[in-house]
Design a protein around this ligand. Structure first.
Ligand code: BV8
Ligand code: ZN
Length: 250
């Protein structure tokens, strides 16, 4: 093809690999939900701009001031409630239906991958639609009420309820981590979509896959610490590039 730019070559390399692969793992971050209207964390309008992660997304912050932490999560739930999955979420759900060995590991807590129909899904950082009791019963259950009746919300057992998400300094669910690393280590292709690749251990997944010979494709409008390691880094928006990749790889 005359005048093939490096972008076309990268895109073609990615689609050729996707076409041939039977084991694919995808890792997503806040960028995959950006086109649904969900603010990212570290972007110019990012959530962390108004708040400092250290002040809010930690068990110490919750211990110190559960109401303040809950005001932040309640505002995120209210903002998220009317939002819908976008074409990137839909493309990943469609890819799952086409590839027998597919797993999607997300760092997002917004529930939009499940809403788009993804089932082979690991929510590495939990979900802000699930509340967990820090009192006696320790129960975790889905609760989509917006607004919540009181902040902080209380469990029937009298205990405090917290968002069932993983805060900084907290360990991820061991089962989720082993499922995600197991998929990364056996994947032929890893798609890394909409993440700044700064938060561990999620950001270690593509390295683990690469070490086993996987072909790593990054989809992100910006350069990230992963870009140098990726086999191809497609500079673009997920809602545009993912449907195009799927179509070309069909
Ligand atoms: C842990 C809470 C054991 C839920 C979050 C090494 C090993 C283990 C831990 C660490 C380690 N090194 C450091 C640590 C500690 C820490 C960590 O990683 N710190 C970082 C900041 C250095 N990790 C932990 O504490 C983890 N716990 O491992 O426990 C332990 C503990 C301590 C020490 C050792 C071991 C827990 C991590 C989970 C923290 N919880 N959130 C919530 O409220 O959401 S993290 C937070 O960041 C979110 O969950 C988010 O998912 C995550 C990652 O952010 P991104 O999703 O990447 O979003 P971001 O805004 O940064 O980037 C968006 C990207 O999208 C950008 O690149 C942008 O260009 C792109 N984009 C924008 N628009 C689009 C787009 N892309 C495509 N299309 C578009 N349209
Ligand atoms: Zn309880």
């Amino acid at each position: 093809m005359t005048g093939v730019t490096s972008i076309d070559r990268a895109f073609q390399a990615a689609t050729a690999r996707l076409k041939a692969a039977t084991r694919i793992m995808a890792l997503t971050g806040a960028g995959v939900s950006a086109e649904s209207g969900v603010p990212t964390f570290r972007g110019p309008e990012g959530l962390w701009r108004q708040f400092r992660a250290e002040d809010l997304a930690t068990p110490e912050a919750f211990e110190r001031d559960p109401r303040l932490v809950w005001e932040w999560y309640a505002s995120r739930r209210e903002r998220l409630a009317p939002l819908l999955p976008n074409r990137a979420h839909a493309a990943l759900a469609a890819l799952e239906g086409r590839v027998p060995g597919f797993l999607l590991a997300t760092q997002n807590v917004d529930g939009l991958h499940a809403a788009a129909g993804s089932r082979a899904l690991v929510e590495l950082h939990g979900s802000l639609w699930r509340l967990r009791c820090v009192g006696e019963c320790g129960q975790a259950r889905e609760d989509r009420r917006v607004p919540l009746p009181e902040l902080p919300p209380r469990c029937a057992c009298g205990g405090l309820l917290r968002p069932d998400v993983v805060w900084f300094g907290e360990s991820l669910d061991a089962g989720a981590v082993s499922r995600a690393f197991g998929a990364a280590e056996s994947a032929e292709v890893v798609l890394v979509i909409g993440t700044s690749s700064l938060v561990f251990p999620a950001a270690a997944l593509p390295q683990a896959a690469r070490a086993r010979g996987a072909f790593v494709v990054e989809v992100n409008p910006e350069k990230t610490p992963l870009s140098a390691l990726a086999d191809v880094s497609l500079r673009g928006r997920a809602a545009e590039l993912l449907p195009a990749l799927l179509e070309a790889a069909a």
